[in-house]
Structures are given as C-alpha cells and as structure tokens.
Write a protein that binds this ligand. Sequence first.
Ligand SMILES: NC(=O)c1ccc[n+]([C@@H]2O[C@H](COP(=O)([O-])OP(=O)(O)OC[C@H]3O[C@@H](n4cnc5c(N)ncnc54)[C@H](OP(=O)(O)O)[C@@H]3O)[C@@H](O)[C@H]2O)c1
Length: 355
Amino acid sequence: MHPERVGIIGLGATATEAIHQLLEDGQGLDLAALASRKPARVYIETLRWNSHYPERPVKNVTASEGEIIIDGGRIPFQQFEYRRDENEQLINVRELRAWTENQVAIALEATGTMHSLDEALMHINQAGAAAVVIASPAKDKIPSFCIGINENQWDPSSHPVVATESCTTNCAVYPIKILDEHFGVERIFGVSTHIRTGSNQLIDRPNRHEDPRRSRAATVNIIPTTTGAQEGVLRLLPQLADRGVSVKIRSRRVPVDNISLLDLDVTMRQGTQLTTEKLMDLLTEHAQGPLQGIMGIAPEYAVSTMFVGQKLQCIIDPTETIAEGRHATISAWYPNIPGPITGALSMARVMASKL
Ligand SMILES: NC(=O)c1ccc[n+]([C@@H]2O[C@H](COP(=O)([O-])OP(=O)(O)OC[C@H]3O[C@@H](n4cnc5c(N)ncnc54)[C@H](OP(=O)(O)O)[C@@H]3O)[C@@H](O)[C@H]2O)c1
C-alpha cells in the first residue's frame, strides 16, 4: 500500500482547492486520482481559473475521457456519480474503480452527499481505499477529527472514516478549546457573518434547503440562517456536551464571496477574572505555539479582503475581541475553503503516517 496516495471525489469548489494545495506542495501526500459526476472537460475552467486567486500558478489544464492534465502532470479521472435506490441506499460504489486502479489509500470526499458511516465505508470495502476523509460536517456515526484538536486520538482500525467538519466549526473550535482548558466554559452564543455559498441562490428561486430563507437572492440580501457549527463544536469537544454547556451559533449569509467573520460570546466559570489584554496574550501564545499554522492573529483594524489567500482555520481579530470578568467576545476571520481544506489535508497526513 502507498498510504500517501490521495483520491478526490466531487470536483467542486472544495475539491478544486484541495487539488491546488496538493499540486503546489503536497507535503508528503500525492494526488493519485480524481472522480466526479460530469465529464473531465467540464472541470477544466474552474481548475484553470479562480476569481479570488487569479495569481494561482496553474497555467495549462486539459482533459480527456480518463484523465485531467495539469501543467503536464497526468491525473487519472473517472466520471462517476453515486446512485441510490428507492430507499436512498447507495448502490454503485463498487463501480468506482479509480481508487483500486491507482492505488489510492485515502479517499477525500468532497461531494457533500456522503452522510452515513456505512456509505463511507464502501470506499474501503468496495472501492479499495484504506481510509476516508469527508471534508464536511459529520453525520450519522462518523467521528469528527480536526488537526490541533484531537488528531492524536486517530486510530486506523477504530476510525477508518473521519469528517473534518465545516469552516465555521473549524474557526470556532480553537478559541473555545483554549478558553475551556484555562477557565472552564459555561455558555457560548455565536453568530457568523458568512459568505454566500452554493447552498444559497443567486436570485429568488425555490431551494430544497429546509430553511426557506435559502431560497432568497444571496446577491442582495443579508440572510439569517442556520449553521451546523454548534453541533460540530460539540462533536469535537465532547467534554462540553458532557457538562451540558449550551452552544448556540447562528449565521447571516451576506453578499460577499470570500472570507467570513465569527463572533463568539463566551461565558466562563464564576470567578473568572479576564481582561482583553490577558485574553489576547493567551490566544497569541497559542497562535505562536501549538496552533501555529492553524490559528493566527489578524493585524489591527482588519477588513475581510486582507485574508484572501490565507490558509489558517481561525484568525483572531485583536481590535474586536474583548473580555471582562467571566465574559469574552472573540471575533475571528476565516477563509471558508482554503482554511478547512488545509486542515483536512493535514488530517490526511496524520492518517497516512499511521496507515
Ligand atoms: N471543510 C471544508 O473544507 C469545506 C469548506 C467548504 C465546503 N465544504 C463542504 O464540502 C462539500 C462540497 O462543497 P462545495 O462547495 O465544494 O460543493 P460543490 O462546488 O457543489 O461541489 C460538489 C461536487 O461534487 C459533485 N457531486 C455532487 N453530487 C455527486 C454525486 N452524487 N456523485 C458524484 N459527484 C457528485 C458535484 O458534481 P457536479 O460537477 O455535477 O456539480 C460537484 O463537482 C459540502 O458538504 C460543503 O459543506 C467543506
């Protein structure tokens, strides 16, 4: 087995970022195969161009039926679409040949459609991978793992499938963990000023999403909506759930396409005497220490475009972060796709080292 060989399925926005990161500097991971539901040629344009990163070094992308060629490097491609029967059971993962044919050890799931552990295990039992990373929130019994939080607990035999959670969860979990370890967190209320995504509509248009507001035009509205980040934080920090800590996070989708901002109001244990200065010292110590490359500190008086191109999961805003006694408001920026994909690939590296 070649544990460093990664296959990516679902060549949308998330996968495209993963492909670029792996090709620019795989840091021990090799991009071995790709799969998605449309013909390979459909993906040329978004691999070649990105509206937010026009300076990306990819220069030449071509495709044929069975491969995508990026700057001369041939990556095997299989056109493949998950099909489900009338009971919504996946029926055709055995036909996904790209993993076995290309010795893929780690399948990176970026379709956003794989929700149960049994389904994800088919990548291993039927399609030939050794482990699966789902680059989105966990559902069903799929365990959540994030770099800098619990990656040391990863064990190939117990956790062949992991989910690396959403961008908002990835931003929230680090400051919450730090505050909990130092002061004991009792309640967290949060709101994310969140970019519009593919789950919004460009114009008023029916949307299958259970929140009716996702059918409203994301180009002209501030759209209050739900986020799964509260569940994500509790999955990654089960000690909070065990103590009954209330975590409530909401979202406002805004007409911006890159970089979101999370505000977390945190109440800590009675008797906590925190000041803004002490809080920033603590967060800076972690950003420069164990969370280097994961959490950062923004310059003062920041605005969102200053973080285009960043790959951190959480960037604390020192001008907007405040603390008084047992209450703190933490403001943190997050690059929605590059940050969590960097985290997902770091998790894949940990897994590759143990496979
Ligand atoms: N943690 C992170 O890094 C992060 C950050 C942002 C988003 N996400 C999550 O990543 C997931 C994907 O988001 P995205 O923005 O990349 O979505 P997207 O741009 O819509 O991409 C999804 C891709 O999967 C393909 N696909 C969808 N259903 C499929 C099926 N049944 N069989 C095969 N391929 C299928 C789509 O095919 P077509 O080409 O035909 O459309 C598309 O290429 C979502 O769950 C999202 O929440 C994760």
